[in-house]
Design a protein around this ligand. Sequence first.
Ligand code: URA
Length: 227
Amino acid sequence: MLDQRQHSMLDAMGIQLWSRRQQHQPGDIVDVTQPDEAEEQLHDWESLQQAVETCHRCGLAATRTQTVFGAGNQHAELMIIGEAPGADEDRQGEPFVGRAGQLLNQMLLACGFSREQVYIANILKCRPQGNCNPSPEEMISCRHYLNRQIELVAPKLLLAVGGVAATSLLDSDKPVGQLRGELYHYGGQKVPMIVTYHPAYLLRQPSEKRKSWEDLQFAMRKLGDLS
Ligand code: URA
């Protein structure tokens, strides 16, 4: 049985261990330092998706309509990482299908990508109740799934949209305004990553769209350099 520090070290080295956990109820405090008995390696898309669909690693399992795994091109050059499903996504089982999703689609089109050409996933696979920010425990519980998705897609570039995705992936507490404009490298595979504003934030603050467009142009330039 590995402790949390050993799990973190394996994560940092890009080695994925998978564990099934007991079922949790909403509001449960999940002790992520106590991984469960049966650890399994998840190799392919099918086993990964099935593990997500049957996941009970945190209390959100009890309140979700369904899990929201991810969508798009499994060999995409560009992978978008958002925060967590909202009400629309929870209902439809697909990421970014609400108003923020429509804006994301337009942002992608402006970069010459259709939604189907990129891969879209979230930090959390289940909707947080009442659209709360994901808790650290929920994000840790879900991280293995996202890491494996990133490994399988093997994108040239990750685009983290919004503060939750950016700070969680970069283990930072800086706001997006300070994280954008830099090229980062994520995880053991050192996947290039750029940060921009969340489309839901841009719907509330349309004046920030210009900065977001600068970020997208930066991302397109980096994608060009990486090809
Ligand atoms: N916001 C996100 O971060 N992800 C979604 O899937 C929908 C809205």
